[in-house]
Design a protein around this ligand. Structure first.
Ligand SMILES: [Zn+2]
Length: 407
């Protein structure tokens, strides 16, 4: 057993001082230091920096590790120009990202306080890195394929990747399923994959309504996607409408990523079916997709998280940076409450959506925690200052073990 007695705890919902925490793999007790020392006389007392803050480790629900080689290769500013640049550079980027490149992305996330992540895997090339990562991982095997004649081959490849990830035997590693998007996956494939997810109780995710091009293609078979589908895939019409796509997920709550160009009806369905939205502000800005309406999500009681997306549409896999960008992107939303909601989105809410027993400093939760050094005693706007100041992370605990200390 270990005991830690920080100056401040951010749970993340409650901010408190004067409490210590007794933990091993999980948090056993929270209370006055002397009480815990009496209960656990053999416990090791953890050293602390001045103005110490203990908070939950951050959870990044959406990253594409296989594209971690990108720095300046891809075209930013619009969704289709970016997509064409991905297609053109895909082989170089994917082959250029060795296991070292993926491991280094995983390590960079850890340094930024990310103790769990959801990895969307297109090819399975990131499986080994994810399987051996120090973090908790939900490994989303991605299914893609809009053409019926390719369906069997693509589904077979998806199943073999899913089987490989299910063969990983590591506590904290979980297999999941990603459906790429409504425009890129045939409904028959979606049904088959979701049946597997239901049978095996796997967490699911999908991209949904990321670009205006997607909206126009799904609604009218028009817009910037039209030449793309006509030329590349010889398709004249979308394989799903937005609503048909959402209906396929009824009864299986899913993490829906981006959700920028939605209407009220779709937001109602997202709420009705218990889906959770993942907001990736940097990616949305770089790909010219606009800004999600967080207030509309909240008006419809739709749960939302904040994620980094992959390095194919970001410059850093850092949730503190991502939350800061969100804070400035949503300039009409009240500032301090948004900071608090962002912090909850990458801790307790992300854990709930991914089915992980972490994301909160509470008895019974896994001891996935960050120890930070603040400049001074925090005031009631601590969540806001956490996003603005990038305070140094002095210790990171996953399952109660220190995984990285200051170099
Ligand atoms: Zn994505």
């Amino acid at each position: 057993m270990k005991i830690i007695n920080p100056d401040t705890i951010l749970s993340p919902v409650h901010q408190s001082s004067g409490s210590a925490i007794a933990f091993d793999k999980t948090i056993h007790a929270i209370g006055p230091l002397q009480e815990l020392l009496d209960t656990y006389p053999d416990a090791e007392l953890i050293d602390l920096p001045r103005n110490s803050l203990l908070m939950p480790g951050l959870i990044n629900p959406h990253v594409h590790l296989e594209f971690s080689a990108n720095r300046t290769e891809l075209t930013y500013g619009g969704f289709l120009p970016w997509l064409y640049s991905v297609i053109e550079q895909r082989d170089d980027l994917v082959n250029g990202c060795s296991i070292d490149c993926i491991n280094s992305a995983v390590k960079d996330m850890l340094k930024c306080g990310i103790t769990a992540f959801g990895a969307v895997s297109s090819y399975g090339l990131d499986l080994e890195a994810a399987a051996t990562a120090p973090q908790k991982v939900v490994f989303f095997n991605e299914l893609i394929g809009s053409q019926a004649q390719m369906a069997d081959a693509l589904f077979g490849d998806f199943i073999s990747r899913l089987n490989a990830s299910e063969a990983v035997d590591r506590e904290g590693f979980h297999s999941g399923i990603a459906i790429h998007s409504p425009y890129s996956v045939h409904p028959i494939l979606i049904k088959k994959a979701l049946q597997i997810a239901k049978d095996k109780n796997l967490v699911t995710t999908a991209h949904f309504m990321e670009s205006l091009a997607e909206r126009e293609w799904l609604d009218k078979n028009e817009g910037d996607f039209k030449p793309f589908f006509n030329d590349f895939l010889k398709q004249n019409s979308a394989v799903n409408s937005a609503e048909e796509f959402l209906e396929l997920f009824r009864g299986h709550s899913t993490l829906m990523t981006h959700v920028i160009h939605t209407n009220d009806k779709e937001l109602e369905i997202l709420h009705r079916d218990g889906h959770t939205v993942i907001h990736c502000p940097v990616s949305n800005r770089l790909l010219g997709n606009g800004a999600i309406d967080l207030d509309a999500l909240e008006k419809h009681s739709v749960k939302w998280l904040c994620g980094t997306d992959g390095l194919s549409s970001n410059y850093k896999l850092d949730l503190f940076e991502e939350m800061k960008i969100a804070l400035f992107m949503h300039s009409e939303t009240a500032l301090a409450p948004l900071a608090s909601r962002l912090l909850e989105s990458v801790t307790i809410n992300a854990a709930n959506a991914l089915g992980l027993n972490c994301g909160e400093i509470a008895v019974g939760k896994d001891a996935d925690m960050l120890l930070l050094e603040l400049d001074s005693e925090p005031n009631e706007q601590l969540p806001l200052h956490l996003l603005l100041q990038h305070y140094p992370i002095k210790k990171i605990f996953i399952d109660g073990k220190v995984v990285k200390t200051e170099e």
